[in-house]
Design a protein around this ligand. Structure first.
Ligand SMILES: NC(=O)c1ccc[n+]([C@@H]2O[C@H](COP(=O)([O-])OP(=O)(O)OC[C@H]3O[C@@H](n4cnc5c(N)ncnc54)[C@H](O)[C@@H]3O)[C@@H](O)[C@H]2O)c1
Length: 250
């Protein structure tokens, strides 16, 4: 894992109760940052904190809800004093297509996968600006690069929106020394993909399309988060970077 010194920084990672978010929280914590571990699921948020130790604190909140995000950010600044790094990782998916997606599922996907990044960026932007800068990383998906997936209507739309929002936010926040980038994972081995991964035919279909010949691991994503948080990435903003073993080459 990359060595980056984040001592003195405070990071908020949403959806850090398991999977990619948990790996990101661990990497930031091991690099010296204090980490606010957010999740909608109290058990998994507390479990992450128990595993990662004293530099982490659990914050249970639904980031798809504006009021909840405002309270979350107020609570973190009151308790941890600042916010330097924001990782919008929380995400959900429903396996339905355009004709079968109920409106409430469509709306919920947009709330959690897209609006949450707007809510958190709007709440933390002024804090980072007052501190002299910051870093925002949005976990999108290769599915957001206009690569339709079967039966993922709301998910694909939300991730394409998140990439667009990342660029808009990067342009606006550059004046405040806040860098904003998106990471677009390919298929990563987490709970989100567990059901599909239980089908060997599906795995073989994926692998046939991945030049590096393996599925991704959560730490394939956390390494890039560390790099984006470091000064080595000082001139990098407004990008959507694929981490997918070469599946998509844009
Ligand atoms: N796993 C993959 O193959 C893959 C690929 C591309 C993109 N992604 C994206 O990476 C991110 C993390 O995915 P993962 O595979 O770790 O998923 P996961 O389902 O394993 O974990 C997601 C976490 O987010 C939390 N969460 C869900 N809704 C929330 C909300 N409203 N507020 C706060 N927390 C909430 C869940 O409780 C869970 O702990 C997601 O945005 C996902 O879309 C994953």
């Amino acid at each position: 894992m990359l060595t980056v010194n984040l001592a003195g920084r405070v990071a908020l990672v949403t959806g850090a109760g398991r999977g990619i978010g948990k790996a990101i929280a661990r990497a930031l914590c091991e690099s010296g940052a204090k980490v606010a571990v957010n999740d909608i699921n109290p058990d998994s948020a507390h479990q992450t904190v128990e595993e990662l130790g004293e530099r982490t604190r659990a914050y249970v909140a639904d980031v798809g809800n504006l009021d909840a995000v405002q309270s979350l950010v107020e609570q973190i600044t009151a308790e941890l004093g600042r916010i330097d790094i924001l990782v919008n990782n929380a995400g959900i998916e429903y396996k339905t297509n355009v004709l079968t997606t109920p409106v409430d599922e469509w709306q919920r996907t947009l709330d959690v996968n897209l609006s949450a990044a707007f809510f958190t960026s709007q709440a933390t932007g002024p804090i980072m600006r007052a501190q002299g800068g910051g870093v925002i990383v949005n976990i999108a998906s290769i599915a957001g690069h206009n690569i339709p997936l079967p039966d993922r209507a709301s998910y694909v739309a939300s991730k394409a929106g998140l990439i667009g929002f990342t660029r808009e936010c990067a342009r606006e926040f550059a004046a405040y020394n806040i860098r904003v980038n998106a990471i677009c994972p390919g298929v990563i081995e987490t709970e989100m993909t567990a059901e599909s991964r239980s089908n060997q035919d599906q795995i073989e279909k994926w692998l046939a399309d991945i030049p590096q010949g393996r599925l991704g691991q959560p730490d394939d994503i956390s390494g890039l988060v560390l790099y984006l948080c470091s000064d080595a990435a000082a001139y990098l903003t407004g990008q959507a970077i694929n981490v997918d073993g070469g599946k998509v080459m844009l």
